[in-house]
Design a protein around this ligand. Structure first.
Ligand code: ADP
Ligand code: GLC
Length: 467
């Protein structure tokens, strides 16, 4: 299941933890949209009925299990809650869904008689888990577990009126106070409550851990986070270097390692140009963008600079879906600059691999970016990222230094289209005027360690400290 980076992380981190000798279970909803080929391999582990709402309604909880690479996945089954099209729809529906999910996850652990040392929650959808654990589950074996909550994106918090969240969770009044679930007079906030009840909080880069304690990036929770800052730290994401490996990537026209990257990237470029209907010319500077098309990602800046970017030697390839305003704007440019700009409005895993491999640079000019994975994948594929210096982008991309010939990409600081434009032009200058140094950067990027090894070790150390 993947709608963005959380999917990558929840696949790769457990796998990396298993390598460090941790015993890991991943608990997630048995979403209706999971492909049948995986559903068929799930094994039924049992089922029970669970009290949920304040008027005592009971709901079915099934447990379906699947094992992969030493990681055990327990899918919480309930057709009423999880058969909608997408994992996330709208808050009216999502509040009941994730109230149910949080409680069912804990109840399933007790049912399976599997008592972990650490329960690690991700984002607001798991926000009620720490609260259930310390209230309703306080006298069950599970209560010995310590809780870590990781914030992947503070923009989403699961806010709704107190009445509704009280009804669906049946949590005791004590949890609905200003230090925990309550927010303003009438609202409750699932992430806020979960953070208060967690033993540790992490977020996915050091810079973002600092940023979210300020009004600019705190999304209204900055005071709450400052209050809890003693238990908050950043641990930067990695990527799964087996899935993202240009040397073995079957989706590429010409797989490559550092020894043949420069030539193979040209072959991949020609193949991409052909499949997308762009002018076939290996000499063109290809600018890629792979993103959810939302306000977070700095797309208004991109939109503003497209006409300036296309100078006769440059092509732009955009892959993404999301807000109609951005989809339309990029479609307009494709039409305006036929053969030079391609706006592929879709979610397409295979094409994403081909763009990472074929591009010379990848744009990530985000307004905020907790970590960001596309810049890491780009570097692994020898594609220089052009990023705004925020969150994980700042922590993972070292700016190119022409005097020392160091660095991995191009960066700019203020959220300003002119600065993005300037960064793109710095990249072009190096590409067209000093190809030797450019090629060295391609190799430096491919050799940079973007794996999970170091970060998984940091999570493990955190777990050990807590226990
Ligand atoms: P976020 O989680 O905020 O969307 P990340 O950079 O952490 O951002 O992760 C995005 C992930 O989703 C990457 O693996 C990227 O390749 C993938 N992705 C985003 N949009 C698309 C798309 N349209 N098609 C295929 N993959 C996409
Ligand atoms: C979120 C963030 C992204 C991060 C991802 C995985 O979706 O927007 O920056 O990389 O989670 O942690």
């Amino acid at each position: 299941m993947k709608t963005g980076g959380l999917g990558d992380v929840m696949y790769a981190l457990p796998k990396a933890l298993v390598k460090l000798n941790c015993d890991v279970k991943v608990i997630l909803p048995n979403y209706g949209v999971i492909k049948p080929q995986y559903k068929e391999q799930m094994v039924y582990k049992g089922s029970f009925y669970m009290d949920l709402t304040s008027d005592g309604k009971q709901y079915y909880v099934g447990i379906m299990e699947y094992e992969n690479d030493g990681v055990v996945y327990d899918f919480i089954d309930n057709e009423e809650f999880f058969t909608r099209g997408n994992p996330y729809t709208n808050l009216v529906d999502d509040i009941p869904v994730f109230s149910f999910f949080g409680k069912a996850a804990l109840a399933a652990l007790n049912y399976l008689d599997w008592t972990p040392d650490i329960i690690h929650c991700h984002d607001w959808q798991a926000g009620l888990v720490p609260i259930y654990l310390r209230t309703m589950f306080a006298s069950t074996p599970l209560a010995r577990a310590k809780v870590v909550t990781t914030i992947h994106n503070l923009r989403f918090q699961g806010q709704y009126n107190i009445q509704t969240i009280k009804y669906w969770s049946n949590l005791p009044d004590e949890a609905f106070n200003m230090g925990a679930l309550q927010e303003r007079w009438t609202e409750a906030n699932m992430l806020k409550g979960g953070l208060a009840y967690s033993d540790a909080i992490t977020t996915v880069s050091n810079t973002y851990a600092g940023e979210i304690q300020t009004a600019e990036y705190g999304e209204g929770l900055e005071d709450h986070l400052r209050f809890h800052s003693y238990k908050l730290r950043g641990i930067v994401n990695g990527i799964d270097v087996d899935i993202w490996n240009p040397a073995t990537d079957k989706l590429l026209e010409a797989p490559y390692g550092v020894e043949n990257a420069i030539e193979a990237k040209k072959a991949n470029k020609l193949a991409l140009q052909k499949s997308l209907g762009l002018e076939q010319d290996e000499g063109k500077f290809v600018i890629g963008l792979i993103s959810r098309l939302t306000n977070q990602k700095g797309l208004d800046l991109v939109s503003a600079v497209v006409p300036g970017m296309v100078d006769g030697n440059t092509q732009v390839v955009i892959l993404g879906t999301g807000d109609p305003e951005f989809e339309d704007s990029f479609r307009y440019y494709e039409n305006q600059y036929k053969g030079t700009v391609c706006a592929y409005i879709a979610y397409d895993e295979a094409l994403s691999h081909q763009i990472y491999a074929a591009s010379d640079v990848l744009l990530v000019p985000s307004k905020f970016e907790p970590c960001g994975l596309t810049q890491l994948i780009a570097m692994r594929y020898g594609t220089a990222p052009i990023v705004r210096e925020t969150g994980g982008l700042k922590d993972t991309v070292e700016p190119y230094n022409m005097f020392e010939n160091t660095g991995n990409g191009f960066t700019f600081d203020r959220y300003d289209a002119g600065l993005l434009y300037d960064a793109i032009n710095r990249a072009k200058t190096l590409y067209f005027e000093d190809r030797e140094d450019w090629d060295k950067m391609v190799i430096r990027d491919m050799e940079k360690d973007v794996s999970w090894a170091k970060s998984a070790e940091q999570y493990r150390e955190l777990y050990l400290q807590l226990t």
